[in-house]
Design a binder for this molecule. Structure first.
Ligand code: PA5
Length: 329
């Protein structure tokens, strides 16, 4: 995770080296992937925000959205290249005659893409898929630009990379014990964290949830504002009867003013029922920089939580077991 900065730059280089021809796709972009490979598409869509000029949709399923046509670009993202849902989407996209691009380390997906003459963005091997988040995000951003769904953010990505370095030293393992990431991890320790995002930070909240699940091996849930204020907020009244819950609110410096107000108010109203509560704000100027800032913070918090629990953040035993059982069936 501390390599995030280098990954951003390396990802740009890898997309460029793949020499993918721009392909105008009036039907927009569908990113097909699962888990740690799908999140990059969601973060890219958040980073493009109002600058997306065509629909950008992330599918985490065995099939593509029904409106996919030959005018749609389908980016099939799978770190291993062997995820069955993503392989099914790759095949559906081919059957529909949609334009395809693949981002992977290899596996069956790379084999099929090479045989079909589909462009492949090659990723470095040896990571857990979720540690390749910067690669997947940059690949989705660059493919969005190549298919006309958004502007090129190359220079913003470069700037984000250099600013992220500063955040790594502020929040990384060498930072003081009272640094932000370590303080949050201590606050969440022994609780079931709930993460709330809004707009740009909604997929970041999902990233926090999944990183806490997979790295710290803990249950963790997420929701988004303003919707959360219309249901989940009421549930907090009973929280202490059923467990120890904590809350993390991910605010953005550029959020809608009413959403900002809601976040502050919601945090205050649930505080009596939460074991710990944190309200955090994105850092940086551009949307990509702001997205990356809170992704880094969440990733570090999840690793520190794993450390506090004495668990190895790397392996995902149950997930592997499930994949093996499905492969054998
Ligand atoms: O974090 C993980 O290991 C998972 O969420 C995987 O990313 C997911 O199972 C999909 O696998 P892959 O990324 O290899 O397509």
């Amino acid at each position: 995770m501390l390599g995030l900065t280098d990954h951003l730059g390396d990802a740009l280089w890898r997309v460029e080296s793949a020499s993918i021809e721009p392909q105008d796709s009036p039907g927009g972009l569908v990113v097909a992937g699962m888990g740690g490979s799908a999140i990059g598409g969601a973060l890219a869509r958040a980073a493009l925000g109002d600058h997306a000029s065509r629909p950008i949709f992330v599918t985490r399923a065995y099939g593509l959205p029904p409106w996919t046509t030959p005018d749609t670009m389908v980016l099939c993202a799978s770190y291993s290249g062997n995820t069955e849902e993503t392989l099914a989407c790759y095949e559906s996209a081919g059957a529909l005659g949609a334009q395809r691009t693949v981002v992977t380390t290899g596996g069956r997906l790379a084999e099929m893409a090479r045989a079909d003459g589909v462009p492949v963005i090659p990723l470095p091997g040896g990571f857990q898929p979720r540690a390749a988040v910067a690669y997947m995000t940059v690949a989705a951003l660059e493919v969005a630009a190549l298919c006309g769904a958004g502007p090129r953010l190359t220079s913003e990505i470069d700037v984000a990379a250099s600013h992220t370095e500063q955040l790594v030293s502020e929040w990384g393992p060498d930072a003081p014990e009272d640094s932000l990431a370590k303080t949050i991890a201590r606050g969440l320790h022994g609780t079931t964290p709930t993460i709330a995002g809004a707009g740009l930070t909604t997929p970041v909240a999902y990233r926090w949830k999944t990183q806490i699940n997979e790295n710290a091996k803990l249950p963790c849930f997420m929701h988004e504002l303003p919707e959360l204020d219309h249901n989940e907020i009421v549930g907090w009244e009973g929280a202490s009867e059923v467990g120890r819950f904590s809350a993390v609110f991910l605010d953005d410096s550029d959020a809608h003013p009413r959403v900002k107000e809601r976040m502050a108010l919601t945090a205050r109203l649930i505080a009596p029922y939460a074991q710990a509560s944190f309200r955090l704000e994105t850092r940086g100027e551009t949307p990509i920089e702001r997205v990356i800032s809170l992704v880094l913070l969440g990733d570090l918090v999840s690793i520190y939580l794993a450390t506090l629990r004495g668990v190895d953040p790397g392996p995902v035993r149950v997930l592997e077991e499930l994949k093996a059982a499905l492969a054998a069936s």
